[in-house]
Design a protein around this ligand. Structure first.
Ligand code: C2E
Ligand code: CA
Ligand code: CA
Length: 707
């Protein structure tokens, strides 16, 4: 501290020069102008205002004060001068020479000099432009926050963490969302927020907050509220805990948004993904997801599936068009849906298939009774259209796994329903998918497995072999040919009838490689016969439609004829009438080619299928094999009604040879002789024989050139 007066004055002068506050002292000062001699200004003052001492004095402070602050500044100054106030402080803006603004905090107070009457004052200014910017930003953010909150499509809140969710703050949007004004919720004045939450969510929300708060996780939950008008609304709440320094939860803050539009859209999407658009019934996807859920969650309850198969409806589509059959399906859906109950749901699983899913039913009898009701209902719908259908019932075992729904459960119901269609083929029949059917399904799988194995190129076993059934010429009584009949015998399956395995081979298309193996074996048999001197014995081979329609068939057959050097004239090809259903002209054309190559063609099972006598004349064939059905009729009493004789005579008129199959009794043979039938085949002559036996049989019943 300076000791003498001079030192002191110098020291104070230094402070005046260096202090980071602008100081101006004026004597007899007027705002507009002043005498320079009466004003002292420190450098900081010049720096803050951006103007020199001379400039400041010349202009006077009023001129450099921002117009927005001037009035207030002048007012303060006048009051100070008038002695109305002892001092004043204010924030105001100065305009710098470059036009920019500087904010200052200003304190103005009287300044009394000893021994003078002059009115003086001191003015201190501090640059607060920085603060002002922060303040402005803060203000702006507060403002935008409040704008945001008031426009929020929902409510923003701050509440206590208690069971009422006692609100400390609720934004304006509360009214739009809940129908209650925000004040009514504040501190539970009229009701609590918890009262607005739909009851079933209250506990869940509490639990979710309890879960996330200790972990300081954000809160996110979708639930429903009940508004003032009693309407339910879907909301999404996003929130977080507010923690104090000790880490305790002080409050909860967040927003509650209206998501009813999104929910409605989601509901529509969900509806579409779970429903069939044509019938409005649940679809297959939903069935699968429901079963998956129920198989794990409803283990204790009995479950059954009842599949309804309207397979034959496609025939109507062929005849009357798509719309016709579609409308029938809709009608069926309407009728069936009348039988839906809480524990009995209906699904439209595929174009021609419906399915009931029954939960918690009593017993098998209930299922049978229910199926019968369904049958009656469907017969009502299809009475004029003669549509038949199958109904398959599957009781789901309690330990059924949820991983195998499509390939396991649904496939089994389908098989049961298909089986009842194909087995019974009349109106609507019911078939249980029980152990018996399971056994059938398993056996079919085993057969297909065996066929697959046999179909392989390098297959050499004799599980697939042929038997030969002699064909006798009626006039001579001697054997003139054999029909080759396929046989399957495996260790696992034992002997399997062709009635069983041929349809499976056809279904799996394995008939193509297997049929070729049959042809090769039949050709070797034929070669054996010729080698033994039987040059005029024919061997007939059964050929499936699938083989005949396979584009490579004729070529391959001719190739085999060349390779194995057989005479095609000794080969007859038996095809069933049903192949003509697919494309009459196409098939007739193939047959023409085969005949041109020398093969003989026989129509098998004649009279049972499609073509009937009406089109027989168009068929370019050599032989007609009259089905056993007509031969059996020859055992009856009233032969006048039997058309067997007519078939034979028409066939002859058209130049076809006739063969009667399934002849078991002498009486039948006699009648066939009377009608002039050419050949017979049946147990009366011989059962199908193994190769060796067939050759010995031939040896005993053959006369050259008579056949
Ligand atoms: P299909 O062509 O009508 O053959 C005649 C069936 O009647 C044979 O049955 C034969 O054993 C049986 N049969 C012959 N005479 C009598 C009789 O007097 N009484 C009775 N009750 N039955 C008699 P199989 O061998 O069981 O063949 C059944 C069907 O399997 C055949 O009917 C044929 O459609 C099919 N099939 C057999 N082998 C082949 C083959 O190699 N290829 C194709 N595509 N189908 C074959
Ligand atoms: Ca045949
Ligand atoms: Ca037949």
């Amino acid at each position: 501290m300076p000791s003498n007066t001079y030192e002191q004055a110098r020291f104070l002068g230094m402070i005046f020069e260096q202090v980071p506050i602008g100081i101006a002292i004026a004597y007899n000062y007027e705002p507009e102008s002043s005498d320079p001699a009466n004003v002292i200004i420190n450098p900081r003052y010049e720096q803050i205002t951006g103007r020199s001492k001379e400039e400041l004095i010349g202009l006077g402070w009023a001129k450099i004060t921002h117009p927005g602050d001037l009035e207030k500044a002048l007012q303060n100054f006048r009051r100070l001068q008038a002695g109305q106030i002892p001092m004043y402080a204010m924030d105001k803006r100065y305009i710098k020479p470059d036009g920019s603004i500087v904010w200052v905090h200003m304190i103005v107070a009287p300044f009394t000099l000893p021994n003078t009457e002059q009115k003086s004052h001191i003015c201190l200014i501090q640059d607060i432009t920085g603060h002002k910017a922060v303040e402005k930003a803060l203000h702006e953010s507060e403002r935008s926050k409040s704008v945001f909150l008031s426009h929020l499509p929902g409510l923003a809140y701050r509440c206590n963490k208690d069971r009422d969710w006692t609100m400390q703050y609720v934004s304006e949007g509360c009214f739009g969302l809940t129908g209650y004004p925000p004040e009514s919720l504040l501190y539970n004045r009229d009701l609590s927020y918890n009262d607005i939450i739909a009851p079933e969510y209250r506990e869940l929300l509490w639990e979710e907050w309890e879960r996330i708060l200790p972990k300081r996780l954000p809160f996110k939950y979708e639930y429903e509220i009940v508004t003032a008008t009693g309407e339910r609304k879907w909301v999404l709440e996003l929130g977080q805990g507010v923690y104090n320094e000790q880490g305790e939860v002080e409050a909860l803050e967040g927003i509650v948004l209206d998501i009813s539009d999104r929910k409605a859209m989601e509901d529509t999407l969900k509806y579409n993904s779970e429903h069939d658009s044509w019938t409005g019934l649940y679809n297959r996807n939903y069935l699968i997801s429901l079963l998956k859920k129920d198989l794990t969650q409803k283990k204790g309850l009995k479950k059954a599936l009842i599949g309804i198969n309207l397979g034959s409806i496609h025939l109507l589509t062929i005849n009357y068009g798509f719309h016709y059959s579609q409308n029938l399906i809709k009608k069926a859906a309407e009728v069936l849906s009348r039988y839906c109950k809480e524990n009995c749901l209906l699904f439209h699983t595929r174009e021609n298939r419906f399915l009931f899913y029954l939960l918690d039913y009593k017993d098998k009898n209930e299922l049978v009774a229910f199926s019968k009701t369904i049958v009656e209902a469907l017969e009502g719908v299809f009475v004029t259209d003669r549509i038949s259908g199958g109904i398959g019932i599957l009781e789901i075992a309690p330990d059924e796994s949820e991983v195998n729904i499509e390939e396991g459960l649904l496939r089994r119901v389908l098989i049961a329903s298909e089986r009842s269609v194909s087995l019974l083929g009349k109106d609507f029949e019911v078939c249980f998918c029980d152990e018996e059917l399971e056994a059938v399904i398993n056996r079919e799988r085993d057969i297909v497995e065996a066929l697959n194995y046999i179909a392989a190129e390098d297959y050499t076993n004799n599980e697939l072999y042929l038997q030969y059934q002699p064909v006798m010429d009626i006039k001579t009584g001697f054997i003139c040919g054999f029909e080759a009949l396929a046989r399957l015998r495996t260790k696992k399956l034992g002997p399997v009838s062709p009635v069983e395995f041929i349809p499976l081979a056809e279904k799996t298309k394995l008939i193509l490689p297997i049929g070729e193996k049959v042809i090769i074996q039949a050709f070797s048999f034929l070669n054996r016969l010729t080698a033994q001197g039987y040059n005029d014995i024919a061997v007939s081979i059964n050929i499936s439609a699938i083989q005949l329609l396979n584009p490579g068939f004729t070529g391959r057959l001719l190739e085999l004829v060349r390779e194995m050097q057989v005479n095609p004239e000794n080969v007859a090809i038996e095809i069933t009438e049903s192949v003509f259903v697919s494309d009459f002209d196409y098939i007739n054309n193939i047959i023409g080619k085969l005949r041109a190559a020398g093969f003989r063609i026989a129509i098998d099972d004649f009279g049972t299928g499609y073509s009937s006598l009406a089109r027989e004349e168009e068929l370019a064939v050599d032989c007609i094999k009259i089905d056993k059905h007509f031969i059996d009729k020859l055992l009856g009493q009233d032969l006048s009604k039997v058309i067997t004789g007519n078939i034979i005579s028409i066939s002859h008129k058209l130049g076809h040879c006739t063969i009667a199959e399934g002849v078991e009794h002498e009486k039948q043979l006699q009648h066939l002789k009377e009608y002039g039938c050419d050949r017979v085949q049946g147990y009366l002559i011989s059962k199908p024989l193994d190769e060796e036996d067939a050759i010995s049989f031939l040896r005993n019943n053959y006369t050259e050139k008579l056949c």
